[in-house]
Design a protein around this ligand. Structure first.
Ligand code: TPP
Length: 184
């Protein structure tokens, strides 16, 4: 029993009874795909930026196909592909400033490459090597994390240190939906 409970000042509300979910799963995306082209927002966007984003998507899809082929040839131990989610990889990485940090998981090679890491070096860990292949400090990209969710406390640690030091830095960590079940 805590001190506050002994004093009788701490009376937490009982937990709500479990009820079956009745809302239409608000976390799921709409049936209608999210469209940018042809909208008012797209008309205002910088055409150069749109071209660059699209180029990154095309390169990303090609990269995924090539890296997957390398696994079939036995030249890469494993490649968790991000085909179908290139946009979230590329856009998140490009939203960062140079001073910010990226903490990727094994599936986020495209984000690592979009951040400026050499595309071949970015595959070093997935080739089974003992080192990252790139200098994390040069690009402010942590190693691609294979143990699920372990990149999260690293990102939080960096963000907390930045806050204590007064540094204006973002720590962006990427994690799969399954990874969110980890204690980290
Ligand atoms: C700590 C830990 N436990 C188990 C695994 C084995 N494992 C690798 S990928 C994976 C599924 C992860 O799913 P999710 O987080 O949704 O990411 P996705 O691979 O679907 O992008 C599991 C269980 C692991 N890598 N690390």
């Amino acid at each position: 029993m805590t001190v506050m409970e002994q004093r009788g000042t701490y009376r937490p509300a009982p937990p709500p009874a479990w009820q079956p979910r009745t809302d239409p799963a608000p976390l799921l995306p709409d049936a209608e795909p999210y469209r940018v082209l042809g909208t008012e927002a797209a008309a205002k966007a910088d055409p150069e930026l749109l071209r660059r984003l699209y180029a990154e998507l095309v390169k990303g899809r090609r990269y995924n196909a090539q890296a997957t082929a390398l696994t079939k040839q036995g030249r890469l131990a494993v490649y968790p592909s991000s085909t179908g989610q290139e946009a979230c990889e590329v856009a998140a990485a490009l939203a960062l400033e140079e001073r910010d940090w990226l903490f990727p998981s094994y599936r986020d090679t495209l984000a690592v490459v979009a951040r400026g890491v050499d595309p071949v070096e970015a595959l070093t860990l997935l080739r089974g090597d003992w080192h990252t292949g790139y200098d994390p400090y040069e690009h402010r990209v942590a190693p691609l994390s294979t143990p699920l969710a372990t990149q999260l406390p690293h990102a939080v640690g960096l963000a907390h240190a930045a806050r204590l030091k007064g540094d204006d830095v973002v720590a962006l960590a990427m994690v799969g939906d399954g990874g969110t079940s980890e204690g980290d």
